[in-house]
Design a protein around this ligand. Structure first.
Ligand SMILES: [Ca+2]
Ligand SMILES: [Ca+2]
Length: 120
């Protein structure tokens, strides 16, 4: 039953989220999975340029949504990984020139603010 719930949430997340997204399963028992995706909207200024968002889905049914970026630039191609200790690493591209990353703990607290990984 628990596995069915997980698969249902995973499928629903894949269907609902935009085309540029990724889901990663967790090895941490209190986190089912995390997803990263682009959304062309920011609640801070209601701008419609792409922003990177992460959602953390926990085994207790709670979901934490995090807006990773809040810029006027076009973020794209986000990817995500979960480290063995539960830390969530997110990386994305900005207007084809730079790659940024940020790190959150399993509860969604920021460990590393968006930082340039490489640039041209
Ligand atoms: Ca942006
Ligand atoms: Ca924006």
């Amino acid at each position: 039953m628990r596995r069915l719930k997980f698969v249902s949430i995973l499928v629903l997340t894949v269907l609902v989220l935009s085309s540029s997204m990724q889901v990663v399963q967790s090895q941490i028992t209190d986190v089912y999975f995390a997803a990263v995706y682009e959304m062309e909207w920011s609640p801070s200024d209601e701008s419609t340029d792409p922003e990177v968002w992460v959602s953390i889905h926990r085994s207790d049914g709670t979901v934490t949504n995090i807006q990773v970026t809040d810029t006027s630039e076009d973020e794209s191609d986000p990817s995500i990984a979960i480290a063995p200790n539960g830390n969530i690493i997110v990386a994305w591209e900005v207007v084809g020139l730079s790659v940024y990353y940020a790190v959150y703990d399993r509860w969604g607290n920021i460990i590393k603010t968006p930082t340039v990984l490489s640039s041209q």
